[in-house]
Every structure is written in structure tokens, then in C-alpha cells.
Design a protein around this ligand. Structure first.
Ligand code: SF4
Length: 631
């Protein structure tokens, strides 16, 4: 964080109050024991249990000791113990919170279940339980309060990690082969730091209160030591004689608790603002952008690929249900279909990015010469990390917001090629230049939010090019972009494909977008491939679903006064698909034969369709009409 951000935070009233309270408390904690430590211990037999006097502003205790001085001196012990308990709570909470992301699925579930069980117990009950176990005294109380707060902090970490783990930039890091520990340290924890810091400071306030409670009950700090809780307990005995004796430590606890809470708020604001520092780009020689050797072999070969999820009532549902897909080296293939057709999940299964709960099976799955199924995660990352690149739909979520773009790109080569920082950053700048990001040296040192949407998508493609990918999977890469930027990104993908020789799989719900870039189109419906054909044969599409998708593409001749053609009905729920052809409820040609599931069969030399009644009459459209002249 830069000086300007700190200044901005302190200019805010909340930040200013928090800073003032914190500085005052810190000063007190340091100087009070030095200045008044001895005076606070001095007994005065002539002034036992006095009320407020000019000599003792808040009165004296039963031994004639000055209550105000004792409250001030107790600041160090009270804050120190509360911070120590908070540190224990945060460290154990973070460890328990990230464990499920580090361990395998079963062990992770066990940890999660244990944390959930511990959270079910009231915190105070847990603290008393641990206090009894660890023994009466300050040390026992610190351990008790720290351990009692750890499960709820661990739950918070788990929830936040789970929320961030689904982001595209985490998936991108996983595709790039970033290991689990590095993933947690670089991509997960920094992006959940804000809620953790806020909660840790709130926790410190809670720990302060809990300590006061335990000391008040006689389980915490023991005489002759004293903290605010002990002073509160002693003052309460004489509250009718001298109310200030109980109120003063009580007010101290409340003010300190408030200081921690306000501090949490102001820190949250400060860490939300990122500084933009510029550094000189090292002038290292960038590695050449190596073109993949063209070869006849397929870079992706999948037979009977299935992705299943546990069904609520038992058993499995399969959103991807027996997909067969082959992509040759250097080929550009588009996968098209409505939402829920299984196209994105198919791509995630290929890149080994499906959620933990999913089960992927296949008769055969080979990606860039690697059969990933049945292998350990680390092995797959090592094998595929440099061979497969992913470009995701939302350029905003595709990057880790807490890391500079250049550093994120550089991470790919640092992990896989053990390259030094300078060389990796130089390559990142070179790749940004390749994808036509202007002023790449400067841009490499900016954060993702400083890039426009189109530029972020270019940078995402540049990340894929940091190694020498054999397969680039672009999942709806242009959906979030306007038409002009969409065309630029598609053109860039085309150029990158031509330059590197990598195969490209473009996933889109828009058949016009696919037709602009691809040589071959694979149409998916209800988790299966229903038609496969070259783009230049789209006019001869045989499957009623493909023809319906094409009919819904507007062209220049479309009457704008009439509503656009749509496909009636909705795709079936994966858990409730019809027995035969899944498209039957929406198909005007359905008959009794369609009660049986059709398999993918040749309808022309280079075209296959899964339909009992493939259409043979050519459609009245040209490729130019589908693509708007952008093919
Ligand atoms: S198999 Fe029957 S229901 Fe399915 S698309 Fe073909 S004609 Fe329509």
C-alpha cells in the first residue's frame, strides 16, 4: 500500500478515530507500566476503599491503591493477552481453513466436518472447557480463548477459500500448473485477506471481552497480576460504595473493543485500494514464441466422456453424457449449444478443472498426448501445465485482482521452467506485445482492474502463450465484450493459432461467433454431441437442433419489426432427460422412432448427426449471412 492510500484511509472519520484510539492505547500500553507501575502497587492504609478525591480521581481499592493508575497500567497486560489469543486463533483458524484445499477430497471433508462440529458448540462453553483443561491462569486463558475462537475463524476461511476457488483466475493458475501451496499463498489467501483482517480485529475485541470475563470469574489473570477483567471483578464488589472502581475498567474494555472494531473497518478500506507503482522493466532477452510442430495426431481425443455429479436423491446425474470429440493439431473447432448443453463442462473436464464433487470417466481421454484420468493432480499439472491454455468468459474474474498482470503471466514460466523473476517478466512483456497490448512494459506493472475488458482478454490469451500450448480452450471468450472488441479478440485468436500452430477449441452459445473463427463445428445438446460438420457446410446442417440454432441468427435481411426466431421449449434437466432423443419435446419432426436414442452417424463424408430423420434440404443461408461477413 502506498502513502496516498494510507492518507486517504486516515482522512476518513472512521479511520481517524480508529487510528487515534489505537495510538492512545499503544502509547498507554508502552508507557503506563513504566510511569505508574510502582505507584499503582503502592498501598495506602489511610485511604482504603475511598471514593473519588482530588488525590485519587477514581478512588482507591480495598488496599488503598489508586484505581485510575491500575486501570492505565493494566492496558499492557489486557491488550497483550488479547492479541496473543487472537494470534493463536487466526493461525489455527487459517491452517484448518486451508487444509481442505490442500488435502485430498476425503481428508478435506473430514477436516470440514470436524470444524463444523466444533462451530456447533457455543464459543463461551468451549473457552470454559479449554480453560479447565489448560488450568487456571493467564496462560490457560490465552490458550482457551485462542482455541475456542479458531473453529469459527476456520469456517470463515473455508467459506472464503471456497468462494474464491471457483474464480477463473484460480482455474487459470491450476491449468498453468501452479502447485497447491503456491495457489493458496499467491491466489487464495491474498484475495480473502480483507474479510480475514476485518474479522481478526473484531476477534481481538471479542478476545478482550472474553479475557475480561474469564478474569472476572477468577479463571484468567491471577493475583498479584491484574488486567481489566480482574479490576472489574474487584470493583464490582464495591459498586455501591465507589461505582467508578467498576466503571473505569469496564469503559476501558469497551473503548479498546471499539478501537479494534473500527481498526478492522479502516484496514478493510485501506487494503481495498491498491497502489500503482511502476518499475523499470528488465531488459532480458525474451524467449522465442515457438510454433508447435504440425503433426497429424490429434491433440485432443475423447471417447464416451462423462461428467457426473451426486444426485440429491442418491445416484448420479450426468450433465456431460458420452461425448466423443477429436481435435487435430492446429485445428480450430467450435463447440456450440445453449446454456446447460454441457459444452463448458466438457472443456473443464478436458482441462481437469471440474469441481471436486464431479466424477469424470471416459472410454478414452488424451490431451496433448497425456491421458490425465487416474493420475495424481500434481502429475497432471506437470504434464499439462504448459500444453493446455484456458481463456475464460469473464475477463474481470480471469485474473487475480491482487497481483500485477505481468507477475501473473510470469508465474507460468517461473513454475514450469524455473525461470528467474527478470527473465519471466521480460517474457510476459513480450507476450503482451504479441497480443497487441499497447505499452506492454508499463501495462505489465498494472493491476487487472486498470485494463479494459478487451485488453484483459488479450492479456489472458498472452498468459496462455507464456509456454507453448498445443491446445487453447476459449470458453465464451467474447460474451462479455462489445461487438467491436469481440471481433478484435476473435481475430487475435485466429492470428495466435496461425502463428503458434496450437489447436483452438472455441466454446460459445453463439453459432455466428463460432462460424467466424472455426473450421469445424461440434453442436452439443443435453450433454451429448448431436452434430459435427465443417463450417462451410453449415447451410447443409442435418440435425433439427443445428438448423434451429442457425435460424435464430439474425442477418441483414432479418425483419427488425418481427421478434427474432427462438427455439421453443427449454433444454431438459440433466436429471430428467427423455428416454430417446433428448431434443424430441422441442422437435417438429419427432415421431415414434425418436423414442430410441439416436447415435452419431455419418450423413455426408465429413458430417455426422445424431438424428433418426436428418434433414437433407439445404438451408437458405450463406456463411457470410451467418457470420455477418466476418468469416
Ligand atoms: S431424432 Fe427425432 S426428435 Fe430427435 S432431432 Fe431427430 S427427428 Fe427430432
Amino acid at each position: 500500500m502506498g502513502r496516498e492510500q494510507w492518507k486517504a484511509a486516515l482522512r476518513h472519520p472512521v479511520g481517524a478515530v480508529a487510528a487515534a484510539l489505537l495510538v492512545a492505547l499503544a502509547l498507554l500500553a508502552v508507557v503506563a507500566p513504566m510511569l505508574w507501575g510502582d505507584a499503582a502497587e503502592e498501598t495506602d492504609p489511610a485511604a482504603l476503599s475511598q471514593g473519588s478525591t482530588s488525590e485519587h480521581l477514581l478512588g482507591t481499592d480495598a488496599l488503598g491503591r489508586d484505581i485510575l493508575l491500575r486501570v492505565l497500567v493494566a492496558t499492557r497486560y489486557s491488550l497483550g493477552l488479547a492479541l496473543l489469543a487472537t494470534a493463536i486463533c487466526v493461525v489455527i483458524g487459517v491452517l484448518l481453513g486451508v487444509l481442505p484445499a490442500v488435502l485430498g477430497r476425503r481428508a478435506g471433508r473430514l477436516v470440514t466436518a470436524a470444524v463444523n462440529l466444533a462451530v456447533a458448540f457455543p464459543g463461551l462453553l468451549l473457552a470454559l472447557f479449554f480453560a479447565v483443561i489448560f488450568g487456571v491462569g493467564a496462560r490457560g486463558a490465552v490458550l482457551a480463548i485462542g482455541l475456542a475462537g479458531a473453529p469459527s475463524f476456520a469456517r470463515l476461511v473455508q467459506t472464503n477459500v471456497a468462494a474464491v476457488a471457483g474464480r477463473d483466475y484460480v482455474a487459470a493458475a491450476r491449468v498453468a500448473g501452479v502447485g497447491r501451496f503456491r495457489l493458496i499463498a499467491r491466489h487464495l489467501l491474498p484475495n480473502i485477506g480483507e474479510p480475514l483482517v476485518v474479522n481478526a480485529t473484531v476477534l481481538a475485541g471479542g478476545a478482550l471481552l472474553a479475557f475480561a470475563g474469564l478474569s472476572f470469574l477468577g479463571l484468567g489473570v491471577q493475583p498479584p497480576a491484574y488486567d481489566w477483567g480482574r479490576l472489574l471483578g474487584e470493583g464490582l464488589d464495591r459498586i455501591y460504595i465507589n461505582p467508578a472502581a467498576a466503571l473505569a475498567p469496564g469503559v476501558a474494555v469497551v473503548v479498546a473493543g471499539l478501537a479494534f472494531t473500527l481498526l478492522g473497518e479502516s484496514i478493510a478500506q485501506v487494503v481495498g485500494v491498491r497502489a500503482v507503482r511502476r518499475r523499470r522493466v528488465p531488459a532480458a532477452e525474451p524467449a522465442p514464441l515457438v510454433a508447435a510442430e504440425p503433426a497429424a495426431a490429434a491433440v485432443l481425443a475423447a471417447d464416451d466422456l462423462r461428467v457426473g455429479f451426486p444426485a440429491p436423491g442418491g445416484g448420479w446425474t450426468h450433465p456431460v453424457d458420452g461425448v466423443g470429440l477429436t481435435v487435430r493439431r492446429g485445428e480450430t473447432v467450435g463447440i456450440v449449444g445453449e446454456s446447460g448443453s454441457g459444452k463448458s463442462l466438457t472443456a473443464l473436464a478436458v482441462a481437469q478443472l471440474v469441481p471436486d464433487a464431479a466424477q469424470v470417466t471416459a472410454g478414452r481421454l488424451e490431451v496433448a498426448g497425456v491421458a490425465p484420468l487416474g493420475r495424481a493432480d500434481a502429475e497432471v499439472r506437470e504434464l499439462l501445465g504448459t500444453k493446455v491454455a484456458m481463456v475464460f468468459q469473464d475477463p474481470m474474474t480471469s485474473f487475480n485482482p491482487s497481483m500485477r498482470v505481468g507477475r501473473q503471466l510470469a508465474e507460468v514460466t517461473r513454475v514450469h521452467e524455473r525461470q528467474g523473476k527478470r527473465a519471466a517478466l521480460a517474457r510476459a512483456v513480450d507476450r503482451l506485445r504479441t497480443v497487441r497490448v499497447p505499452a506492454p512494459e508499463r501495462r505489465a506493472h498494472q493491476y487487472p482492474h486498470e485494463f479494459s475488458g478487451g485488453m484483459r482478454q488479450r492479456a489472458m490469451i498472452a498468459m496462455g502463450l507464456m509456454s507453448t500450448p498445443e491446445l487453447i480452450i476459449a470458453d465464451e471468450p467474447t460474451t462479455a465484450l462489445d461487438v467491436t472488441v469481440q471481433r478484435q479478440v476473435l481475430r487475435l485468436l485466429k492470428d495466435v493459432q496461425a502463428e503458434t500452430g496450437a489447436a483452438v477449441v472455441l466454446i460459445s452459445h453463439d453459432i455466428a461467433v463460432v462460424a467466424q473463427l472455426c473450421e469445424r463445428v461440434v453442436v452439443m445438446y443435453a450433454g451429448r454431441v448431436v452434430e459435427e460438420l465443417p463450417v462451410d457446410r453449415l447451410g447443409a446442417a442435418a440435425h433439427p437442433y443445428t438448423r434451429a440454432l442457425l435460424a435464430s441468427v439474425p442477418d441483414l435481411a432479418t425483419d427488425r419489426d418481427r421478434p427474432l426466431a427462438t427455439i421453443p421449449g427449454r433444454p431438459p434437466d440433466p436429471s430428467d432427460r427423455p428416454e430417446g432423443c433428448a431434443f424430441a419435446p422441442r422437435c417438429e419432426f419427432a415421431d415414434d422412432a425418436c423414442r430410441m436414442r439416436p447415435s452419431l452417424s455419418a450423413v455426408a463424408a465429413d458430417q455426422r448427426a445424431a438424428c433418426w430423420h436428418p434433414r437433407t434440404r439445404p438451408l437458405d443461408l450463406t456463411l457470410d449471412a451467418v457470420t455477418g461477413g466476418q468469416a
